[in-house]
Design a protein around this ligand. Structure first.
Ligand SMILES: NC(=O)c1ccc[n+]([C@@H]2O[C@H](COP(=O)([O-])OP(=O)(O)OC[C@H]3O[C@@H](n4cnc5c(N)ncnc54)[C@H](OP(=O)(O)O)[C@@H]3O)[C@@H](O)[C@H]2O)c1
Length: 339
């Protein structure tokens, strides 16, 4: 299986490290997999039909050397040129998420599918805005479009729904889809005020310097739209999903909730109401006895309400280099098994 990586930041490097460790220790037989191309705006681009040496690639990027500087690794191709010219079976799209335009990732995903390549992506933009269109396009071109890492990173929520829970009608999903805000709320319950907890999350690398995507709920909103499309078959424009973040939660509100045995959690929700699918993002109070209330720190969790089993809750990491790289590895395994 010949793989091209578009975007070689945290997540794609996490995937490369996992591939390397499997190639070296053989725990998973991927001996016939090759990363033949990488294209990244600053880290450079490289292409070699026989496969790129991942250890050398990671070392070069680790010490700030451009991949384009190696003469044997082809001409420097930008992302779309790489997708157009590479002799490859799969494109891994891991550039930045833009939930307003989904670009440039949307162009990368479309181009790869139209060239008959399978796609694995962790990028929320294309799926939040165009899941239905891309799924149809992939079906028309007989290729797989996998995006496990877009929701809850490597925690296998989409796989759980497509696999073990297939056959049980899902009536509602509600969960903690953003680790940064859950960290902030957890620390506020321990006595910090909002700005102190946010500053701590920034120091630990959970929150960006400009934390709006997290604290205003936009990151969770994109994930809710992906779930609405994937699980409930409903394309809901992001602007039509009510969305509130955690900026209005004060230490006093958190303390009052705690005194009554409840906790504030930023919940993403999708549910069926009569013939309609509804969705929302916002802080909600939940009783301490519910499994979602027990999720502290930067963890993620989702309660899936099913007709056959009642509530099933899955808890796990929602971000991280290795954790999200693992989601891509899992997507690649699926693609390999279904080619
Ligand atoms: N990190 C996580 O824990 C996590 C979890 C779930 C989902 N995700 C999603 O996974 C994706 C990757 O995340 P990340 O943390 O790896 O981000 P990142 O570290 O910022 O990496 C993104 C990479 O894409 C490159 N890039 C940007 N535009 C490009 C283009 N047009 N062509 C080629 N390369 C381009 C960037 O290049 P330069 O910076 O070198 O210019 C950067 O190296 C994002 O969409 C993110 O939302 C991340």
């Amino acid at each position: 299986m010949r793989i091209v990586l578009i975007g070689f930041g945290t997540v794609a490097q996490g995937l490369a490290e996992l591939l390397l460790s499997h190639l070296e220790n053989g725990a998973l037989d991927i001996s016939d997999w090759r990363v033949v191309g990488i294209s990244d705006t600053l880290k450079g681009s490289a292409y070699h039909e026989g496969g790129l040496p991942l250890r050398r690639v990671l070392d070069m990027v680790g010490c700030g050397q451009s991949l384009s500087s190696v003469a044997d690794w082809g001409t420097p191709w930008n992302a779309l040129t790489m997708i157009e010219h590479a002799d490859a079976d799969v494109v891994v799209e891991a550039t930045y998420t833009d939930i307003e335009t989904a670009r440039p990732a949307l162009d990368h995903v479309r181009a790869a599918i139209e060239r008959g390549m399978h796609v694995a992506t962790t990028n929320k933009g294309p799926l939040a805005l165009a899941a239905k269109e891309l799924t149809k396009l992939a079906a028309e071109h007989h290729v797989s479009l996998r995006y496990e890492g877009t929701v809850m990173a490597g925690t296998p929520l989409l796989n759980l729904i497509r696999g073990p829970l297939a056959g049980s009608r899902i009536t509602e999903m509600r969960g903690i889809l953003n680790g940064t805000t859950n960290y902030v709320l957890s620390r506020m319950e321990e006595g910090l005020d909002y700005s102190g907890a946010l500053a701590e999350a920034q120091e630990l690398g959970y929150a960006e310097a400009v934390p709006n995507a997290d604290v205003l709920g936009h990151d969770a909103l994109a994930k809710v739209a992906i779930l609405a499309a994937t699980v409930f078959g409903a394309s809901i424009p992001l602007a039509e999903i009510p969305c509130r973040g955690i900026t209005g939660i004060t230490r006093e509100k958190v303390a009052r909730a705690a005194a009554s045995g409840r906790r504030h959690k930023l919940l993403g929700r999708v549910w069926r109401e009569n013939d309609r699918v509804r969705a929302s993002v916002g802080p909600e109070l939940i009783g301490r006895e519910h499994p979602l209330a027990a999720v502290h720190g930067a963890g993620n969790a989702m309660t899936v309400v099913t007709e056959a089993l009642g509530e099933v809750t899955i808890v796990g990491p929602g971000a991280g280099r290795r954790e999200t790289g693992f989601a891509l590895l899992n997507d690649l395994i699926h693609i390999q098994n279904h080619r």
